[in-house]
Design a binder for this molecule. Sequence first.
Ligand code: 5GP
Ligand code: ZN
Length: 120
Amino acid sequence: MRNSHLEADCLFCKIILKDIPGKVVHEDDKALAFEDISPQAPVHLLIIPKKHIARLADLQADDAALLAHLFSLVPILAEKYGVLESGFRTVINSGERAGQSVFHLHIHLMGGRDFRWPPG
Ligand code: 5GP
Ligand code: ZN
């Protein structure tokens, strides 16, 4: 690995390294956002840290600023994709029972359709 914060066998770390392709919509020194490969809404983006944190459950106190940075991208991307005012949903699944399938922390940003509550 060229970045000590990344993990060799992690799918999203490989997208960060461009070892596998992703439709990147935002990149900076701390974060990457890209289109979900299997969108569950007309807009479905994933926002990830450029540091391998497996689950929200693994977040440490000194990751607070990083998480704040990830969330600061939400309204920017929501506006860019035309869902800022119509409404959007953010989801973080943590752990298998919550439906997490890729164990690199990510915020789902979805919009462009109606959402129900409670979620399934
Ligand atoms: P989770 O189920 O862990 O909350 O969300 C993982 C998300 O990653 C899913 O929505 C899934 O469609 C997406 N995903 C899985 N593999 C890839 C991939 O190779 N590329 C992209 N862009 N998204 C992926
Ligand atoms: Zn990773």
